[in-house]
Design a protein around this ligand. Structure first.
Ligand code: F3S
Length: 295
């Protein structure tokens, strides 16, 4: 069995930067991270080993301590509260997320009607809404435009997207909106790392029998990566850890493509590939034994 790893698989620049900032800060003393730094359990365990303490609320961070704001960003009031509590802030908001926050804040300031294509339960979108003074309308990728609450059809729309959205869906939603509102300004706020990763995965998916997508179950970009692979028609398996793979899934597979979400560490990708090689060996040995018995 041949294993091909997609280009641009695994850690993106934003997660790499956040991990480095958290580790650098932990070398100076005790450091707290507000919310999971990335949606990957193995990575979070590693950071815990290095002394990073994860909290869900600023109130859990002792006065004067250091707090890391994760790559997904936070609402502006979180920064204000941290300052009021005298905390040292390490802002690891990804550059792409920061640009989206600034853009939404400006569009709202200009009185525009803003629609954000994304998941309203995702921390990135919760933060972005804060920067837009909670005025943007959120539309999910599978949501219906005709049922959009609060949409003024007489007013132009500025359409932006969660950084991990699919380009094709942004374009599709933009076209649908053009049919019901007078003007639609489409801002492509999808991060380059996501676009490159999805394109590389799509290209690879056309050349293999099976795609294995490695990443955390809560990772939005990993889920979308799996959707991109499935959309090519290739069989696709999503796993967060190596042990989730078994020989049955690799049966009759000659070429397997591997890609990974932005928060998936290299060591997890290597473990998954190692597991595939082991499983495949096991399967081959079983076939050889069976053949010997028959002859
Ligand atoms: Fe940033 Fe894109 Fe990664 S938004 S955190 S570079 S997936």
């Amino acid at each position: 069995m041949k294993v091909i790893v997609a280009e641009h698989a695994g850690f993106c620049g934003g997660v790499k930067k956040a991990v480095k900032q958290a580790l650098d800060a932990s070398r100076q003393g005790r450091v707290y991270a507000l919310g999971p730094l990335a949606h990957n359990d193995s990575l979070l365990d590693k950071l815990r080993e290095e002394g990073v303490i994860f909290v869900d609320d600023l109130a859990e961070v002792p006065h004067g301590a250091t707090v890391v704001i994760r790559s997904h960003g936070e609402r502006p009031e979180v920064f204000r509260q941290a300052e009021e509590r005298g905390l040292q802030i390490v802002d690891a908001t990804c550059t792409f997320v920061g640009k989206l926050q600034t853009l939404v804040a400006r569009l709202i300031e200009e009185g525009k009607q803003v629609i954000v294509l994304g998941d309203p339960t995702h921390p990135e979108i919760k933060g972005v809404l804060g920067w837009g003074r909670d005025q943007p309308i959120v539309l999910t990728a599978d949501g219906s435009i005709s049922e959009l609450e609060g949409l003024n059809r007489e007013k132009p729309v500025a359409l932006v997207a969660q950084t991990t959205q699919r380009q094709s869906i942004l374009a599709e939603i933009g076209e649908k909106l053009k049919a019901i509102v007078p003007v639609v300004e489409i801002y492509n706020t999808i991060c380059q790392a996501t676009a490159l990763r999805q394109e590389a995965a799509r290209n690879l998916a056309y050349d293999v029998d099976l795609m294995v997508v490695v990443g955390g179950k809560n990772s939005a970009n990993t889920r979308k990566l799996a959707d991109v692979c499935r959309s090519t028609g290739v069989r696709t398996i999503a796993v967060s850890e190596a042990h989730e793979l078994d020989a049955e899934q690799l049966k009759e597979v000659r070429t397997v493509g591997v890609t990974a979400g932005a928060s998936t560490p290299d060591w997890t990708i290597k473990e998954v590939i190692g597991k595939m090689e082991n499983e495949k060996n096991t399967e081959l040995q079983e076939e050889q034994t069976a053949t010997e018995e028959v002859s």
